[in-house]
Design a protein around this ligand. Sequence first.
Ligand code: 13P
Length: 250
Amino acid sequence: MRTPLMAGNWKMFKTPAETTAFFEKFLPLVAQSTHADVAICPPFVNIAAAVEATKGSRVGVGGQNCYWQNKEGAFTGEVTPAMLKAAGCQYVIIGHSERRQYFGETDATVLARTKAALEAGLTPMVCVGELLADRESGKTNDVLTTQFTGGIAGLTPEEFAKIVIAYEPVWAIGTGKVATPEIAQDTHKAIRDLVEAKFGKDAAAAVRILYGGSVKPDNVTGLMAKPDIDGALVGGAALKAEDFAGVVNF
Ligand code: 13P
């Protein structure tokens, strides 16, 4: 059985003080929620506050991106996975569509960052997902295959066993247009089939595939009822303690 993972991606929101205030409200609401793993990925500057606030709780903390090597160096603006680990992170989001769209992330850098994150002992949440134009022109599976082949298939089986995949259709992110549970399920199944073809049946049965894109307390239950949906990567609804607790306690 795959333990669900409910992860919040705060994107570029909140200050350290707001981070502390969030957890004061949020932690009591999920203290009994042992059915799922829970994580929040705040902006880098809030990681210390998040780690401090979640000490002794079941809630993990993650980065939203990391550099593709662990060796320190002259790379202004970058953070190594080892630094995230040392700061108390357990997770890191890699290859989010916003990084692909606005910051030049490619499948090759996704693969390199994922390997570096694993080397540092983090659990990477590797994101894939198609644009609206891809879906409308029937290219969803081609796009996912390309992203899988370039960004994930280059992992060793041992490395693959430690990652989480996040399927985030770009047309559902921040738009309020959640994928129907049926569309999400079909796509998750297609991704699991790619995993099986490359890494085998056991790896496909074990890997957690999260859905992301306009997940809210009132649509999460339908999504989580589907057999190949193993959790959620949540943007907007993760910013409010009550809303994210509503998602976690689906
Ligand atoms: P929303 O939940 O705001 O649509 O964002 C989804 C997302 O991009 C999470 O990584």
